[in-house]
Design a protein around this ligand. Structure first.
Ligand code: NAP
Ligand code: MG
Length: 499
């Protein structure tokens, strides 16, 4: 349906959109206890969309109390898995029914192209919730192989109250990656969306309630990281925190846990993904297109963005030309235009941060081949040109730090061993990619690259059936696949002696 909407259609719909802007606690929208709000700004044009409740410790307390009460009552945690499945499938259906509205909220709130919100974010969110709904009445507990006079059960139980703290780059999908497995396994959840992108999370909570998720099982507290986020991290009655965001803030959550109740923490953090291209790639045009999309998709605001392009020195010049050709096609445009492939940076601060990194690249001696500046400033929005650096050394700041913007660093290598060594020379380990037709080189790289995902002859491959997460300082714990349920369940041994 929405694929057929024009730029004008989307603009007209945007004018009529209404926003949920309060905390969602115990099945109801309520203002922050303090009465405070913050501006929710659209990076499309810098306009304030609405004032959102600025939740803090008191609101987190209220949400955790509601979540605990619901959990202890068994209204959800004790429900037969096939019943939870039914409710979660209805939740997924409601998200699909509201696809146009949710895609528009996402695009206005964080600036990604409407073509992506409709074709990627919403369908992937629906698919994620459906996957865990359908899985939950098909997973079994275990019976241990003990002697005959004992029955030992290994039960998997929900941990209880889960805090989910998520970022702004895929606001709805990152929330779904936590909500799907956490809710399916019977937990109650307190979700804190990023301050830059609270709108879809609040609408999701309402749809969850309409689907029949009982009051208190899913609560959403919008607000700032240092306030609502920290309150979740330090709460004595939150059993687990599932976090997606920067490595810096991930480390805070480890500290919060240690200084409070030793809650379980899982962290999906940043990355500096190496994208390796060998001369024997089956199709260098396809590889070049992937190199461009790998860094410019979602304005480069992707944890696994292929931000370090490692090209064999023998093909660097022609290959980089092809990447630039694709980059030129991705010049930013109005996110509400269905033809736009690159939208706005999430906010002015992020735009300035990325522009600052571009300056650091130039002053370190890297060659700016393309882009490097702000675009479309007359709109009032926060756009950056697709930017490509050549002659980057792996010890430059632009090769070491996560920029989280449309900025590609190009490096060369002489042989595969050097490529793998440079690829691994980073604090991060979220993902890596290699293009080669030689199965021996591909497997050697797949084993040698220290990353949670390795893509061979593709970029950003995977679906809901495959685990996603990091090695090293990209974090620990996995989203997606059945393994994601491990974060939200605990094993209990019941040892029964027979007499
Ligand atoms: P961020 O600054 O780390 O924020 C993530 C979340 O943590 C937000 O909800 C934020 O709230 C909250 N937060 C910030 N400071 C906090 C504090 N002191 N205590 C408690 N909570 C706090 O990350 P971001 O800028 O939103 O997102 C970009 C990052 O996410 C990148 O590093 C990216 O790589 C990572 N990411 C990783 C994955 C993955 O799966 N590995 C996926 C997507 C994104 P506020 O917004 O209110 O500050
Ligand atoms: Mg916003």
């Amino acid at each position: 349906m929405s694929a057929a909407l024009t730029f004008d259609d989307w603009r007209a719909k945007a004018e009529k959109l209404s926003y949920r802007n309060q905390c969602f606690i115990d099945g109801q929208f309520v203002p922050a206890a303090s009465g405070r709000t913050f501006d929710c700004v659209s990076p499309v044009d810098g306009r304030v969309l609405t004032q959102v409740a600025r939740g803090d410790q008191e609101d987190v307390d209220r949400a955790v109390r509601a979540a605990r009460k619901a959990f202890d009552s068994g209204v959800w945690s004790g429900m037969a898995p096939r019943e939870r499945k039914r409710v979660l499938l209805r939740f997924a259906d409601l998200i699909a029914e509201h696809a146009t509205e949710l895609a528009l909220l996402e695009t206005l709130d964080m600036g990604k192209p409407i073509a992506d919100s409709t074709s990627i974010d919403v369908p992937a969110t629906v698919n994620c919730i459906r996957y865990y709904a359908e899985a939950i009445d098909k997973v079994y507990d275990e019976v241990a192989p003990t002697s005959q006079d004992v029955v030992a059960l290994i039960l998997r139980e929900p941990v209880g109250v889960v805090g989910a703290v998520v970022p702004w780059n895929f606001p709805m999908l990152m929330a779904a990656w936590k909500l799907g497995p956490a809710l399916a396994t019977g937990n109650s959840v307190v979700l804190k969306p990023a301050e830059q992108s609270p709108l879809t999370a609040l609408r999701l909570a309402e749809l969850a309630a309409a689907a029949g998720i009982p009051d208190g099982v899913l609560n959403v507290v919008p607000g700032f990281g240092e306030e609502a986020g920290q309150a979740i991290g330090r709460h004595m009655d939150v059993d687990a925190v599932a976090f997606t965001g920067s490595t810096e803030v991930g480390k805070y959550f480890m500290r919060y846990s240690g200084e409070s109740n030793l809650k379980r923490v899982s962290l999906e953090c940043g990355g500096k993904t190496p994208h390796i291209v060998l001369p024997d790639a089956h199709d260098l045009d396809v590889a070049a297109k992937n190199a461009a999309f790998g860094i410019f998709f979602n304005q480069g605001e992707v944890c696994n963005a292929g931000s370090r392009l490692l090209v064999h020195e023998s093909i660097k010049e022609p290959f980089l030309e092809k990447v630039m050709e694709w980059g030129r096609k991705m010049a930013p445009g109005n996110p509400l235009d269905p033809a736009t492939t690159m939208g706005a940076m999430v906010d002015e601060k992020q735009m300035q941060r990325v522009l600052g990194y571009i300056e650091k690249g130039k002053s370190a001696g890297a060659t700016l081949k393309m882009g490097g500046g702000r675009a479309l400033s007359e709109t009032g929005g926060y756009y950056i040109e697709p930017t490509i650096f050549d002659d980057v050394a792996n010890d430059m700041v632009i090769a070491r730090e996560e920029i989280f913007g449309p900025v590609l660093s190009t490096l060369t290598f002489k042989n595969e061993d050097e490529a793998i060594r440079v690829a691994n020379d980073t604090i991060y380990g979220l993902a890596a990619a290699i293009w080669t037709t030689d199965i021996n080189k591909a497997m050697k790289a797949a084993r040698g690259l220290k990353a949670g995902s390795v893509w061979v002859n593709c970029f950003d491959g995977g679906d809901i059936t495959t685990p996603f997460g990091g090695f090293k300082q990209s974090g620990f714990g996995r989203d997606k696949s059945l393994h994601a349920m491990d974060k939200f369940t605990d094993l209990k041994t019941v040892w029964i002696e027979l007499h």
